[in-house]
Design a protein around this ligand. Structure first.
Ligand code: SF4
Length: 245
């Protein structure tokens, strides 16, 4: 995926760092934060090139990442063609898995429907990756009954705010989100509040600042707060077969 990221993040996540590409250029706010909190503020690791590779350009921070015009953002289509086109691989789109067949307590096959017709695919190893909503439903309808299946559903809670700056300009970084701040991630405060990760955005989510001459003195911040896994947060299978949360 050619992740661009900083080596010094290794101090929080041992084994991380040593990314394939050098980190993106931070914006001026990130540099102030890095000087104040060198162990808490880091260039954001991400799958957007900081250096061009082959036909793919380096990220130019235009913020249209859903349809990256220069292929700076990693996708399977720009970086995994050799896998997608491998003759041993079939990708069955528009197919719905209905059942996992079990033999001797091991998954041995899946049954899926395509175009109104049912097929069976046998396997030595079955990997289920249908997200936290659909995976437990599929397990239930296949006869699995472990008491934790479908329990502990949780997701981070995000809010975004915009900070008005005084004499510091934003948007000098080289990608969409340039900084991550870990100062609220862990510590005593988690006895009473959720841990939070702060993303320092290098894009004008709400437009430029509407004060003459101070257009760039804004900082969009995304605050991502943990929600604790709870036994009572349940995904089950409704009578019509659809997920019920
Ligand atoms: S910000 Fe970077 S990854 Fe996103 S669309 Fe622009 S060039 Fe592509």
């Amino acid at each position: 995926m050619l992740i661009a990221g900083p080596d010094d993040i290794d101090c929080h996540y041992p084994g991380a760092g040593h990314y394939a590409q050098p980190p993106h250029r931070m914006n001026d706010i990130d540099r102030i934060m890095k000087a104040a909190q060198p162990d808490m503020h880091f260039a954001m690791p991400n799958g957007r090139l900081s250096r061009p590779v082959g036909q793919r350009s380096a990220c130019c921070a235009t913020g249209q990442c859903r349809w990256c015009p220069v292929e700076a953002k990693f996708t399977a289509l720009n970086s995994m063609q050799h896998i997608i086109e491998h003759p041993d691989l079939d990708i069955c789109v528009d197919s719905k898995v209905e059942h996992i067949d079990i033999q001797n307590n091991s998954a041995r096959a899946i049954r899926f429907v395509n175009g109104g017709k049912e097929y069976t695919a046998r396997a030595d190893l079955v990997v289920l990756g249908a997200n936290g909503i659909n995976s437990p439903v599929l397990l239930h309808q296949s006869g699995f009954s472990h008491p934790h299946i479908g329990r502990y559903l949780h997701e981070k809670i995000e809010c975004t705010v915009e900070v008005y700056l005084d004499g510091v300009n934003n948007f000098g970084g080289s990608t969409l989100t340039t900084g991550m701040n870990l100062s609220l991630l862990d510590g005593e405060h988690r006895r009473e509040y959720g841990g939070a990760l702060l993303y320092f955005d290098n894009s004008w989510n709400y437009g430029l600042r509407p004060d003459f001459g101070r257009w760039r003195e804004i900082l969009p911040l995304t605050i991502s707060v943990e929600a604790l896994p709870q036994f009572t947060s349940v995904v089950s299978r409704a009578s019509d077969g659809r997920p019920h949360v």
